[in-house]
Write a protein that binds this ligand. Structure first.
Ligand SMILES: Cc1cc2nc3c(=O)[nH]c(=O)nc-3n(C[C@H](O)[C@H](O)[C@H](O)COP(=O)(O)O)c2cc1C
Ligand code: SF4
Length: 518
């Protein structure tokens, strides 16, 4: 019987040498005359173990990792094809604590299936949600999504069903579904992982959104830095078109739905929804004033659903198992699961999908295993470059939209960056202002000018020039940016800056500053 060996084709695994490992395995298979095939699966999301090679045995999957080219021959000598023991043996990957503790709903297939095989997708529960949606009235699909409690995973946490209802209820001869795959936040990779590891789940989610709102055309705007995701999505759309999942008739219905893949323009602000729409229309990525909402006048002035990859990719499971099933996970108004991306100076970096409600401390210390450097954790930035820095004193905060907001923080796209005690928080505050200055679209003054003045002020603070005055000025600037900016780039930059100042005042005290300036 032919043996299947899985070597991830995911960008993270490729960066760690997965292509070279796959080639070495191929060579070994042919040199030994084995009846084996290689499947380039997605990553399971345990990046410290990548490239993680798996073999399908009669007793289930057996994993090895991290595998390098020099290990390949000895792995075959040890009987890799039959799951033999080796110093890199990890056993059943599902039993590894990092995976065993997860609740994988959105990422259920990621790392398991062949990402570009629709047959494999269906064999693992794919397309059930779309089939259910096809048999329902659009308003009932929207109702299911609303009742599931699913909120946008792109950052703002807006209820997905309510957005869809606005588009359904807005008349328009043409409506659009736009998938925001610009994924610009630091420490985030969930969108990329799903597009590379299970692209059909996003396609299915977009097709359901199309049926639910009357939109017949979809766009996926993928950041240009993601060539592998662009390639996987392009191929998957082609396969779905040939199979009748997409095209003039979705699964034999009278409604059509097509998807086009677009490469992003390479600016952080192009992830902001209205700027993204401008970019998709071929214009400069400048933020549009709201109203009108994109749901009413979006792409080319037409009613448009714009959702993050994970929001859309979570819809198939809702339509498969029902709103109540999804809603039963989570806490408060944060329902379902959230793929937390753990990065920075951390031992076990990777993707951890779990119901809302774990505390930040559990995520960092127990799941992430503390810092990679072995030094104490000093701060954790949650929610990308616009997210607040959390000190250990706030590690009891549960991962929940409202709980984070109550501590002047945000969940954003659920990326967390861990820093050890060598981090200089004044430097991090300056970085936040500098990032905003570089990435500002320039449309409004608080952000365009405020961020540049913010950098200058923090530089003066660092140079120990009237430090108390500079601190007061930064606080004032942040207030103006927070309440006077048109979008969240200028409006949220104060979060990392002020959290650094408030939670780590010792790094901003004249004595510390004077020392750093010496
Ligand atoms: C500066 C800026 C950058 C953003 N970048 C992204 C991004 O890369 N991906 C994303 O999904 N949302 C991003 N957003 C949020 C989007 O504007 C929007 O809220 C989101 O696409 C809506 O989808 P959701 O409701 O599914 O979250 C960004 C917002 C701002 C202000
Ligand atoms: S806050 Fe910044 S990025 Fe947003 S509209 Fe204003 S200038 Fe543009």
């Amino acid at each position: 019987m032919s043996v299947t060996i899985y070597v991830p084709g995911d960008s993270g695994a490729l960066a760690l040498g997965a292509d070279k490992v796959a080639k070495a395995i191929e060579k070994e298979i042919s040199a030994r005359g084995l009846d084996a095939r290689i499947v380039r699966n997605g990553s399971r999301g345990m990046y410290w173990l990548e490239p993680m090679v798996e073999v399908a045995t009669a007793a289930g999957r057996v994993a090895y990792g991290p595998v390098s080219v020099k290990d390949v021959a000895s792995l075959f000598d040890a009987g890799l094809a039959a799951g033999g023991q080796h110093k890199l043996s990890l056993g059943d990957p599902e039993k590894l604590p990092f995976l065993a503790k997860q609740t994988r709903l959105t990422f259920a297939r990621c790392g398991i299936t062949d990402p570009l095989s629709l047959a494999d997708y269906e064999a693992h529960g794919g397309l059930v949600g779309l089939r259910n949606a096809v048999a329902m009235a659009p308003a009932d699909v929207v109702k299911q999504v609303t009742e599931s409690g699913l909120r946008g995973r792109g950052g703002a946490g807006f209820p997905t069903g309510i957005k869809w209802k606005t588009v359904l209820d807005t008349p328009g001869e043409q409506k659009y579904i736009v998938c925001n795959a610009d994924e610009g936040d630091s420490a985030t990779f969930a969108d990329r992982m799903i597009m590379e590891g299970d692209p059909f789940v996003l396609i299915e989610g977009m097709a359901i959104a199309g049926l639910a709102t009357g939109a017949t055309k979809g766009y996926v705007y993928i950041r240009s830095e993601y060539p592998h995701a662009i390639a996987a999505m392009t191929k998957a759309v082609e396969v779905a078109g040939k199979a009748g999942v997409l095209g003039k008739s979705v699964l034999g219905t009278s409604q059509g739905f097509d998807i086009e893949i677009r490469s992003g323009a390479g600016a952080y602000v192009c992830g902001e929804e209205t700027s993204l729409l401008n970019s998709l229309e071929g214009k400069r990525g400048v933020v549009r004033a709201k109203p009108p909402l994109p749901a009413i006048e979006g792409l080319f002035g037409k009613p448009t659903v714009i959702n993050n990859v994970i929001s859309l990719a979570s819809v198939p499971i809702v339509m498969d198992k029902g709103a109540q099933y999804y809603k039963d996970f989570g806490m408060g108004r944060s329902r379902g699961t959230i793929p937390i991306q753990i990065a920075g100076n951390v031992k076990h970096g990777g993707l951890f999908e779990v119901a809302f409600g774990l505390t930040l401390g559990e995520i960092v210390d127990e799941i992430g295993g503390g810092t990679r450097s072995g030094r104490p954790v000093k701060a954790v930035q949650v929610g990308g470059p616009l997210g607040a820095y959390f000190p250990r004193a706030l590690f009891d905060t549960p991962f929940d939209y409202e709980a984070f907001a109550a501590k002047d923080g945000l969940i954003g796209h659920a990326g967390i960056t861990v820093f050890d005690d060598s981090a200089d928080m004044l430097k991090m505050a300056r970085f936040a202002m500098e990032f905003c200055a570089i990435e500002s679209c320039g449309k409004c003054t608080p952000c365009r000018i405020g961020s540049t003045r913010g950098v200058e002020t923090l530089d003066k603070l660092k140079a120990n020039i009237e430090p108390e005055k500079q601190l007061a000025l930064v606080s004032d600037l942040c207030n103006t940016m927070k309440f006077g900016s048109l979008c969240a780039l200028g409006g949220f930059t104060p979060y990392p800056v002020m959290s650094a100042i408030n939670h780590f005042p010792e790094d901003f005290r004249p004595a510390a500053v004077a020392q750093a300036a010496e």
